[in-house]
Design a protein around this ligand. Structure first.
Ligand SMILES: O=P(O)(O)OC[C@H]1O[C@H](OP(=O)(O)OP(=O)(O)O)[C@H](O)[C@@H]1O
Length: 200
């Protein structure tokens, strides 16, 4: 890897008074993203959940829907603060999920297709209900679309879409309730870690 000493290595975000410097991570030959990983960050999860719960106050919804894995603590914190139930769409099928519904996504941080499953007990939670889709980051929108497809199939109505951060072209995400926006970062292929132009 060729290091460029002048290249930015982090991107600062402010979420409800909480400041974090996100590491830049290459995800494609000429592209890096600022990686938000809220796992283990109680202060940021609680702050983001408070901001999003407040922003959703005028919306009529029964429950929150998120996709495994990084956004689970966000959905939990929002559920605790709002008093609404939350549902986690899983990425691997387990037999205890029963007659699950299935969809596919291909997120910016994952170099391959991923499944999303809505398990049988959660199908009953969302059927005929208004739901809010929640994610930590919405970037390409692939995960959001997979969540939407599952909700359609389950007979739920998507009342709103919410994320801590949108990413990429802000015009695409005008209807998303978000607390911050992340730019994409040009990143010459020569500066990628050796032999790693993808990720898992
Ligand atoms: O808009 P998209 O391009 O779909 O990207 C956004 C999704 O990608 C990330 O999850 P990831 O797929 O890395 O899964 P993880 O949370 O299980 O690590 C992030 O947490 C979002 O769920």
């Amino acid at each position: 890897m060729v290091q460029n000493p002048n290249r930015l290595t982090t991107h600062r975000i402010h979420i409800q008074g909480v400041v974090r410097d996100l590491p830049l991570f290459p995800v494609a030959p000429e592209l890096a993203i600022a990686v938000l990983n809220i796992l283990g960050d109680v202060e940021l999860c609680e702050a983001a959940a408070a901001g999003l719960t407040q922003a959703l106050q005028g919306i009529d919804y029964h429950c929150l829907i998120t996709a495994e894995a990084k956004s689970i603590p966000l959905a939990y914190a929002m559920a605790r603060q709002s008093g609404k139930p939350y549902v986690v769409l899983r990425k691997h099928y387990k037999t205890y999920m029963g007659a699950a519904l299935e969809s596919s996504s291909h997120s910016i941080t994952t170099g391959h297709a991923q499944k999303l499953y809505l398990d049988a007990k959660d199908r009953a939670t969302v059927a005929g209900r208004r739901v809010v889709l929640v994610d930590d980051v919405i970037s390409t929108g692939s995960t959001l679309t997979a969540m939407e497809n599952l909700m359609h199939e389950a007979g739920a109505v998507v009342a709103a879409r919410a994320a801590i951060c949108t990413e990429g072209d802000p015009d695409r995400w005008r209807d998303v309730v978000a607390l911050a926006h992340l730019p994409l970062f040009p990143w010459p292929a020569a500066e990628h870690p050796e032999g790693d132009h993808g990720h898992s």
